[in-house]
Design a protein around this ligand. Structure first.
Ligand code: NAD
Ligand code: UD1
Length: 337
């Protein structure tokens, strides 16, 4: 059986990927320091799959802790989710972001190399495209970042590309996620934002459950059909499946590939709001505000490469994403505890 180490495996995308891995027959080892997640997630994974993954409460900055995991398990591949992800916060505390997302990641790659584990899937982001010159965005577009969080993603991509060029035994798949939303259909796993959410769908969910008064729509004067920002929202379960396809591809290829994971379809803020209204069965109040600094008008993926190399494409549409988000929100008013 192939054993996969999932760093950040109790987090939002990591936990859904653990479910997909177990369902696909992989043996899963989870590493997380629980900075932004709760150990109760492991029980939820067990409720869905019947299997509780082996868990290490370890920090990727802790080299001895990492060594122990590789000594106690024969790890065949790593999916690396662990990291900090708040754009605004990364501007306030850049060193903390560089230490965790860069030093921590290099520590992990060094440990993998020393234990001769040379297959990795890395969580990158569409943020590496900055303000794209056109849409849909394909992998050969120029990359550019405007904040420390985005810089940590691009730097990891560079580090891993250099590593693959230095040693042809490595296989690295850099997955550039567009906007992951939604939740597991059971309502047992989903996104639990820390404090007031910055991202659209977690914010709408709190308006829908009465914890926040109204949605602030950041600008309606963009060059888009209804003037509000357009993004490529992707169901987290589709995203998780993309990781299984990436692992299968990695088992048969060497070298580095960067691949977009999106649906290829863009929805505006108001379209998402209306889909959520359908899901929760009520009208949701909103106010049009000034544009949010740093936002772009439109962003959606060219998904050709994911289809061609991985045989993967997203199955779920915006209505399902909103229904599953709402189901999770209703069932977990206080998050996963
Ligand atoms: P998340 O915060 O829910 O999960 C990350 C997990 O990593 C958390 O459980 C956290 O406790 C853990 N972690 C953080 N630092 C750690 C450390 N030093 N050692 C061990 N564990 C640590 O985030 P997510 O939304 O699941 O994102 C997963 C990955 O995908 C991140 O790398 C993120 O940057 C990337 N990504 C996320 C999005 C998104 O919109 N959610 C978009 C693009 C890329
Ligand atoms: C944000 C991050 C990006 C990350 C992505 C996926 C920023 C600047 N960028 O991008 O790095 O990869 O999430 O996690 O934070 N909106 C509102 N009201 C709200 C919240 C959002 O109108 O309360 C609008 C935004 O203006 C945008 C759309 O909704 O048009 C989506 O916003 P968001 O969910 O924050 O994602 P991104 O801006 O795409």
């Amino acid at each position: 059986m192939t054993t996969v180490l999932v760093t950040g495996g109790t987090g939002y995308i990591g936990s859904h990927t653990c479910v997909a891995l177990i369902e696909a027959g992989y043996d899963v080892v989870v590493l997380d320091n629980l900075y932004n997640s709760n150990e109760a997630v492991l029980g939820r994974i067990e409720q869905i799959t019947g299997t509780r993954p082996k868990f290490y409460r370890t920090d990727i900055l802790d080299r001895q802790g990492l060594d122990r995991i590789f000594e106690e398990n024969k790890i065949d591949a790593v999916i690396h989710f662990a990291g900090y992800k708040a754009v605004g916060e990364s501007v306030q505390i850049p060193l903390t972001y560089y230490e965790n997302n860069i030093s921590g990641s290099v520590n992990l790659y060094q440990c993998m190399k020393d234990h001769n584990c040379k297959t990795l899937v890395f969580s990158s982001s569409a943020t590496v495209y900055g303000a794209p010159k056109s849409v849909p965005i394909s992998e050969d577009f120029e990359t550019h970042t405007t904040n420390p969080y985005g810089a940590t993603k691009l730097m990891n991509e560079q580090i891993l590309t250099d590593l693959c060029h230095s040693d042809e035994e490595w296989t690295v798949i850099l997955l550039r996620y567009f906007n992951p939303i939604g939740a597991h259909k059971s309502g047992l796993l989903g996104e639990v934002p820390n404090g007031i959410p910055n991202n659209l769908v977690p914010y709408i969910a709190r308006v829908a459950n009465g914890q926040l008064e109204f949605l602030r729509v950041w600008g309606n004067d963009y060059p888009t059909p209804d003037g509000t920002g357009v993004r490529d929202y992707i169901h987290v379960v589709d995203l998780a499946d993309g990781h299984i396809c990436a692992l299968k591809y990695a088992a048969e290829h060497k070298g580095v590939e960067m691949i977009n994971l999106g649906t290829g379809v863009g929805y505006s803020v108001l379209e998402v709001l209306h889909a959520y209204e359908k899901a929760c069965g009520k009208e949701l109040p909103y106010k049009i505000m000034e544009r949010r600094p740093g936002d772009i008008a439109t962003c959606y993926a060219d998904t050709t490469k994911a289809k061609r190399l991985l045989g993967w494409e997203a199955k779920y549409g915006i209505d399902q994403m909103c229904e599953d988000s709402w189901n999770f929100t209703v069932k977990n008013p206080d998050g996963i505890k």
